[in-house]
Every structure is written in C-alpha cells, then in structure tokens.
Design a binder for this molecule. Structure first.
Ligand SMILES: Cc1cc2nc3c(=O)[nH]c(=O)nc-3n(C[C@H](O)[C@H](O)[C@H](O)COP(=O)(O)OP(=O)(O)OC[C@H]3O[C@@H](n4cnc5c(N)ncnc54)[C@H](O)[C@@H]3O)c2cc1C
Length: 357
C-alpha cells in the first residue's frame, strides 16, 4: 500500500471521528473555540453600536468558512430566541475586507418582530450567531457606471452604506447622488457618516428627505433633486410602496433599475379555499386556508420548518412536493408536480397537499 498525504489526512479524520463518537470532532472543536467548527458557519458578536433610537449595528467576527461578500449582498443570521432557532436575512453594512476581519449588519428593531427586536435590544457582546451566505445580486458591476443614483429609505440604506466607501475611493470615482428618506434627521441611519462622506467627496451629493416635516418623496421631487435621474443607473432599497412607485414610474431602460426588497407583498387570490396539508416525514397533518403560506401552516402544526428570509428571496425554506398543487402568493400562479421544490414561505395550498417534511 502506498502511503500518500491524502491517505494520511483521510485516516486521521477517520480516527478523529471514531474517537469522538457519539459526538463529532466538530462538537469538541466547538467546546475549545466557538468559531472553529467547520460543519456550521458561526459568528461572534464583538460590539454593538447604536445608530438611531431603534437601529443598532452589530459587529460580527465570522468563523471558519466565511467568504468575503460583495458590497450590497446579504447574509442569513440564525439566532436562538426563547429556545427556538430563527433565521432572517440582513444586508451586510460593512465593506468587504475590513482591517479587523469583522462584518457588520445594521438592524432596525420592529417592535412586533421576533429577531430584529432580539438582535437590537437583547444581544450582548460575545453572543454566538449562525451565519449563511453571503448572497444576493444587489451589487454594482465592475467597473461601475459613471453616474449612479441611490434611492433609499429607513434601513434600506444598509446595503448602500457597504457600497459607498469603495466607490468613492476608486481612482476615478463615479458621480454619486444619494437621496435618502427618514422621518427626522435623528432617524437617519448612518446620518453622521453619510454627511461626512458627502462633505469630503466632490463626487457625492446627499439629499436627505425628512418625511415627518415635508412628506414622502414623489417622482416629481426626484426630478427636482436629481434632474438627470432617468439617465443614471439606479439602486433603490426601502419600503415596498416606494419601490413599487419607482418601478411603475421608471422611464429608463429596465437594466438600469436595481431594486432590493426587504419585504414582499403577498397577494392572496380571492376565494382561494386551501385544503388538508400532510407533512409526510413527520406524519403531521393539518388544515390550511388558501392564503396562509405553507411555512406558517407547518410551524403552527408543530413541524420544524426550514426558513430564512420568509419572503421568497433566499430559498432556505424549500421542501419537495409529494402531491397536490400550490399557489405562489406573489404571482398567483398555481403549479405543482411531484418532486418540485416548493418555496413554503410564499406558497399556499390549493386543495390537498403533501410535503416531504
Ligand atoms: C435581502 C434582505 C435584506 C434585509 N436587510 C435588512 C437590514 O439590513 N436591516 C434590517 O433591519 N432589516 C433587513 N431585512 C429585513 C429582515 O430580514 C427582517 O425581515 C426584519 O428584521 C424583521 O424580522 P423580525 O424577526 O423582527 O420580524 P418577524 O417576526 O418576521 O415579523 C415581521 C412583521 O410581521 C408581523 N407578523 C409576523 N408574523 C405574522 C403573522 N403570522 N400574521 C401577521 N403578521 C405577522 C410582525 O408583527 C412584524 O411586524 C432584510 C430583508 C431582506 C429580504
């Protein structure tokens, strides 16, 4: 037998597995250092910075296996709240390759939300979170277009914050206009940093729209603030209404408008009736109306459902369909062939459904 390096490594791994049974070598590594296990990507919250009254930036040191993101991408964060693991999606607000090796997310607490409230109000330095990603297509091409418009509101500034530093430090920076809306100057996430960037760079123009005093931004305001807005490449992120209006009014070429949505409007069909849903692996069965996402149906029935963004972006919730039909709540389209992977967070039952979960 020839003893080669791959053979030695395989044998060592095998011996490690045998010695650590019934646990895995990763479980022991996790005891020695929480960021070491290779089987599961983790991060440690190092610091927290309040940004506004309801938004906090978490500085996270990613563990082994994290690959650098492109500015504008998001990651999934898994946190345990009251003994249950929840996954949500957050844009990375830091540029890639920070000198300290950390990444940041900036979370606006939803007073009725499970994860954002937990991250923003109850997380302390040292907390270990689960990570997945990075992913997403809301990124600037290389080289960047010569004229850009960022249109953001509220926490929609987070992916753009990750982009700005890099863009403005290019040898020949593009011409950047940022129009950002928030209720008051104090509610502007990264307000001071944005104002400093705009004051320092002749290539960046910042317009803050404080909606509590002057109302929401309309298409006519856009033309006033940025007369050549239709000739720019646009990156927009903010509330659904703002993005829907922009998409409806956008007169430029479709490929010049890039939109990132943090929430999706689901459009349940009128008179949809639903049916019995059977989860074939767990053997659970329950009734579902035709408007509730199968993800919620399963969770309410006590099935451990995989989940992520809960709005059809990240595909973490997919499950194989064994039989039946489902409706895509975003488009109204009814579909289903046995074996299809169903996005349970945006699909509802149309008649009896069997899912392999
Ligand atoms: C690509 C992407 C990037 C994102 N980036 C950011 C970011 O940078 N910063 C940021 O703050 N957020 C971001 N988000 C949003 C984030 O993922 C979460 O959706 C947000 O933080 C709310 O999560 P939560 O757990 O607090 O709320 P959830 O618990 O999910 O609840 C959200 C809302 O829905 C309501 N709700 C929950 N369940 C039900 C129900 N059964 N019936 C009726 N109402 C219900 C709640 O009352 C609450 O108001 C991003 C989302 C995406 C998809």
């Amino acid at each position: 037998m020839t003893v080669t390096l791959p053979w030695i490594l395989r044998s060592l791994a095998e011996a490690g597995r045998w010695l650590s049974t019934p646990l895995s070598p990763d479980d022991y590594l996790g005891l020695l250092h929480p960021l070491w296990p290779a089987g599961e990507l983790r991060g440690r919250v190092e610091r927290l910075h309040p940004e506004t009254a309801d938004a906090v930036t978490l500085v996270i040191r990613p563990g082994r296996g994290w690959r650098p993101h492109r500015p504008g991408q998001w990651a999934r964060i898994g946190v345990d709240v009251h003994g249950r693991r929840h996954w949500r999606t957050y844009s990375l607000s830091s540029p890639p390759h920070r000198p300290d090796g950390c990444i940041t997310i900036t979370v606006k607490a939803d007073p009725d939300g499970i994860v954002s409230r937990h991250l923003a109000r109850h997380t302390v330095p040292g907390t270990i979170v689960r990570l997945a990603g990075p992913d997403g297509t809301f990124v600037i091409p290389e080289p960047p277009p010569p004229r850009l418009l960022f249109l953001t509101a509220g926490s929609g500034i987070t992916p753009v914050m990750a982009m700005l530093g890099g863009l403005l430090s290019d040898e020949i920076p593009p011409d950047v206009v940022l129009i950002h809306s928030a209720p008051t100057p104090q509610d502007v996430i990264f307000g001071d940093r944005l104002r400093r960037l705009a004051a320092r760079s002749p290539y960046m123009e910042l317009h803050e729209r404080h909606t509590r005093s002057v109302g929401r931004l309309g298409p006519a305001d856009l033309a006033d603030l940025c007369p050549d807005w239709t000739g720019r490449a646009v990156w927009a992120c903010g509330p659904t209404g703002m993005l829907d209006d922009l998409a409806a009014e956008w007169p430029g070429p479709a490929q010049n408008l890039h939109v990132e949505r943090f929430t999706e409007t689901l459009r349940p069909a009128d008179g949809a009736t639903g049916g019995r849903v059977r989860f074939t692996t767990t053997g659970r069965e329950t009734g579902a109306d035709g408007t509730t996402p199968l993800l919620n149906v399963g969770e309410d029935a006590g099935v451990l459902m995989p989940s992520g963004c809960r709005m059809g972006v990240c595909h973490s919730c997919v499950a194989p369909l064994r039989s039946g039909l489902v409706r895509d709540l975003r488009t109204g389209l009814v579909h289903g062939e046995p074996g299809d992977l169903i996005q349970t967070c945006v699909s509802a039952a149309v008649g009896p459904v069997e899912l392999e979960l």
